[in-house]
Design a protein around this ligand. Structure first.
Ligand code: FES
Length: 85
């Protein structure tokens, strides 16, 4: 499905530029840059943000490790685990 009619890219292209690691786009602006374009009217930003949120939620749902607050895949840092007394 085309999500940006100005730059003509699809939801699949947005998901394809998401990859684990510190360079993974976290904002619509970073997605435009990843796809080699820039925002024009901005109507697609909310849709792109939704795709990012769902993709990150899927990664977290399958993450087998206890992520730290600094996990590079975290859109919102998780609370640090309580220290043992
Ligand atoms: S629809 Fe994406 S910038 Fe216009």
């Amino acid at each position: 499905m085309i999500v940006c009619s100005c730059n003509v890219f699809s939801d699949g292209q947005v998901r394809a530029c998401l990859h684990p690691g510190p360079g993974c786009p976290r904002t619509p602006a970073q997605v435009y840059a990843c796809l080699g374009c820039s925002p024009k009217c901005g109507r697609c930003a909310r849709t792109i943000r939704g795709i990012l949120s769902r993709a990150l939620a899927e990664v977290h749902a399958t993450c087998a490790t206890a992520c730290s607050a600094a996990c590079p895949l975290s859109a919102e840092p998780r609370a640090a685990p309580a220290e043992a007394a």
